[in-house]
Design a protein around this ligand. Structure first.
Ligand SMILES: N[C@@H](CCC(=O)N[C@@H](CS)C(=O)NCC(=O)O)C(=O)O
Length: 321
C-alpha cells in the first residue's frame, strides 16, 4: 500500500483531492456591524484599517498570492502581516520566527490556536493563508481564492491612490474562466502530480499541467500579461506557481517535462513579473525549498534539501514590455 502525504485527501484512485476551506467569512464594505463588532446577520465582518492580520508562510503559493495582492493594492499599512516558520512541527504552523516564538499581535505560538478559538472541534489541516481578527482572535477566512478577490473589491475604499484594478469588472467572465483552468491544471495541478499515489493519477495530472503551460505560453507569446497590457489577479496566481517551479515542483513533485527556464515565453514572463515591485521582493527561495523538501515526509523521507537550482537567472533582462 502506497503511503499518501495526506491520506484524508487522497481518493481511492490515487488522486489528490484538496480539502475544502473551513472558514469562509468575508470582510465587506457594506457590513452592518460597527467598528470592532463581529460579523453582521449575513456574516459580513466590518471593513477596518488595522484590525485584521494576514498570516502567511513565505513558502506557500496560496498565501503568497495574498501577500502580493495586499502589496500591489497598497494595503500594507491597513492589514498587518504575521509570518510562520516554513517548517511545521506536529502542531502545525508556528511563530518561531518571532521573539519568544509568539506572534507579537495575536500572542499565539501556533496558528492552530486561532483555528481552535474559532472552532474548538476543528480537525482538518490548519492552513495558510488565514485572515485573523485581532479583536477576537478568530479566523475570519482561510478561503484563499475569495480572500484576494475581496482585497480587490471589498477593500477598495482603503486602497492606496492609484492602486491597480486586479479584478476589472468588464473582464471577469474571461478572467474567472482562465483562473479556473490555471487553478485546476497548474496551481493545484502541481500538487496533483506530487501527491498522486497511483501512476495513472500522476500521468493525468502531469499531462494536464504541461498541456496548460503550453496553452499559456501561446497566450503570452503576443501579450505582456494574461489579460493584455495590465497585471490582473490571474498573473498573480500564475506567478506564485511559476516562481516555485524549478526550485520545488520540477524535482519534488516530479513536474519534469521541462524546467521553467526551458519554456522561453513563460520564463521571460515570470522574470518580468519577478522584476516588478511587489513580486520578486516577496519571494524567498530558501523558505520554499526547506518547506517542500523538508516537510512532505511521504515523498521525500530523507528531508534532504537540494542545493540547486541556480537562481541568478531571475534578475536577468526579460525582453518583454
Ligand atoms: N486552504 C487550502 C490551501 C492552502 C494550503 O494548502 N496551504 C498549505 C501550505 S502551501 C498549508 O497550510 N498546509 C498545512 C498542512 O498541510 O498541514 C487547503 O486547505 O488546501
Amino acid at each position: 500500500m502506497v503511503r499518501a502525504q495526506f491520506s484524508a485527501e487522497t481518493a481511492g484512485s490515487g488522486e489528490f483531492v484538496r480539502q475544502p476551506n473551513r472558514f469562509t467569512g468575508r470582510v465587506t464594505a457594506d457590513s452592518d456591524s460597527p467598528p470592532g463588532g463581529g460579523p453582521d446577520a449575513q456574516g459580513r465582518w466590518p471593513l477596518e484599517a488595522g484590525r485584521y492580520r494576514l498570516i502567511w508562510c513565505r513558502a506557500c503559493p496560496w498565501a503568497h498570492r495574498a501577500r502580493i495582492v495586499r502589496g500591489l493594492l497598497g494595503l500594507d499599512d491597513v492589514i498587518s502581516l504575521g509570518t510562520v516558520d516554513p517548517i511545521r512541527d506536529e502542531r502545525g504552523w508556528r511563530f518561531t520566527l518571532d521573539r519568544d516564538g509568539r506572534d507579537p499581535v495575536l500572542g499565539i505560538r501556533y496558528l492552530a490556536e486561532a483555528y481552535h478559538t474559532t472552532d474548538p472541534g476543528y480537525t482538518g489541516r490548519v492552513t495558510v493563508p488565514a485572515l485573523v481578527d485581532t479583536v477576537t482572535g478568530q479566523v475570519v477566512t482561510n478561503d484563499y481564492p475569495q480572500l484576494t478577490l475581496d482585497l480587490s473589491t471589498e477593500w477598495r475604499r482603503l486602497h492606496a491612490p492609484g492602486a491597480p484594478d486586479l479584478y476589472p469588472a468588464a473582464l471577469r467572465p474571461e478572467l474567472d474562466a482562465l483562473m479556473a483552468e490555471i487553478h485546476r491544471d497548474v496551481n493545484n495541478g502541481v500538487y496533483r502530480c506530487g501527491f498522486a499515489t497511483s501512476q495513472a493519477a500522476y500521468d493525468a495530472a502531469f499531462r494536464a499541467l504541461f498541456a496548460r503551460l503550453d496553452a499559456l505560453s501561446d497566450r503570452l507569446a503576443d501579450r505582456r500579461y494574461l489579460m493584455g497590457d495590465a497585471i490582473t489577479e490571474a498573473d498573480v496566481r500564475l506567478f506564485t506557481t511559476l516562481v516555485r517551479f524549478d526550485a520545488a515542483y520540477h524535482g519534488h513533485f516530479k513536474c519534469n517535462r521541462q524546467k521553467l527556464t526551458e519554456l522561453p515565453v513563460l520564463w521571460a514572463y515570470a522574470r518580468d513579473l519577478y522584476q516588478t515591485p511587489g513580486f520578486g521582493d516577496t519571494v524567498d527561495f530558501d523558505h520554499i525549498k526547506r518547506h517542500y523538501y523538508g516537510t512532505h515526509h511521504a515523498i521525500n523521507p530523507t528531508q534532504i534539501v537540494p542545493l540547486g537550482p541556480d537562481e541568478s537567472g531571475w534578475t536577468t533582462p526579460h525582453g518583454r514590455g
